[in-house]
Design a protein around this ligand. Structure first.
Ligand SMILES: Cc1cc2nc3c(=O)[nH]c(=O)nc-3n(C[C@H](O)[C@H](O)[C@H](O)COP(=O)(O)O)c2cc1C
Length: 255
């Protein structure tokens, strides 16, 4: 091989080497990024016991900034969120707890599930029994179930609660956009070391929420989100729910 050809090969090796290392860099970065997301999704759970310490405002704002990037139909961004903390949260908690525990009728803006049937009923029961077993509530003890369910209206002791509401005219798709927002809110909170739980239960008292926070009649309550620093020693936070296999959820159609 003449010196010219050797140099050419060296240059090619160099170029190839550079390309390979660039590709590896991109691959590693991709792995790191999906790795972070996978880790957050794997470790997240609905938190139902919190420490009393309030979440500082800059941390809440960071969550809100992240969640604000949520995609929505026509970029309508229909979510509006009220964050209640301190005395305001306490006033709201007392009112909604008193109403819910008095047996007030459901007053939701969106229809609640008509029926849980088949596999959905099975999953609902499984997650319910996980919760009750963890708390030592015997099967069939409806009074204890109801008492535990009322804890929703104490926000499970969280120092902060968010109420997510949407524009009535956007209907179900506005609510879907809000659902995506809630998901991103929860992941951002998780990434910042917080415990968090979405609560459709609060939407059972949508009228009360609208009156309490002076919302217009054009606003529909989607759900609440209680959040704070998780009490990791509390047994209610000790179990994790299961998930179906991909094959139970996805169908590939490629021919
Ligand atoms: C939109 C939405 C509403 C929910 N509402 C409630 C609720 O009112 N009360 C409650 O205890 N959990 C509620 N959850 C939590 C679910 O029960 C929980 O996500 C599910 O059992 C899966 O468990 P995991 O979140 O621990 O993975 C809600 C979750 C979502 C996404």
């Amino acid at each position: 091989m003449g010196p010219g050809l050797a140099a050419h090969h060296a240059v090619m090796r160099c170029i190839r080497g550079e390309k390979v290392s660039k590709t590896m860099e991109v691959l590693n970065k991709t792995r790191e990024r999906i790795g972070v997301l996978e880790e957050l999704l794997a470790e997240r759970f609905s938190c139902r016991a919190f420490k009393a310490e309030a979440v500082p405002r800059p941390i809440i704002e960071r969550i809100l900034r992240a969640a604000q990037r949520t995609a929505s139909w026509c970029n309508s961004q229909p979510w509006q969120v009220i964050i209640a903390s301190g005395e305001a949260k306490e006033r709201f908690r007392k009112e909604i707890y008193a109403t819910a525990s008095s047996g007030a009728p459901d007053d939701g803006d969106f229809p609640f599930p008509r029926e849980y049937r088949g596999i959905y009923l099975a999953r609902r029961r499984e997650s319910g029994f996980q919760l009750y077993n963890t708390l030592g509530i015997p099967r069939g003890d409806k009074l204890a179930y109801a008492k535990q369910s009322l804890e929703n209206f104490n926000f499970f002791g969280a120092p902060n609660v968010a109420i997510v509401h949407t524009d009535e005219a956007l209907g179900v798709y506005g609510a879907i956009d809000c659902g995506a927002y809630v998901g991103n809110f929860m992941l951002a909170a998780q990434a910042l070391g917080l415990g968090v739980i979405a609560q459709a239960a609060l939407a059972h008292q949508s009228g009360l929420i609208r009156r309490h926070f002076r919302l217009g009649n054009d606003r529909c309550v989607v759900c609440g989100i209680s959040f704070g620093y998780p009490d990791r020693d509390h047994r209610i936070n000790s179990y994790r729910t299961s998930r179906a296999e991909i094959s139970d959820a996805a169908t590939f159609v490629d021919e």
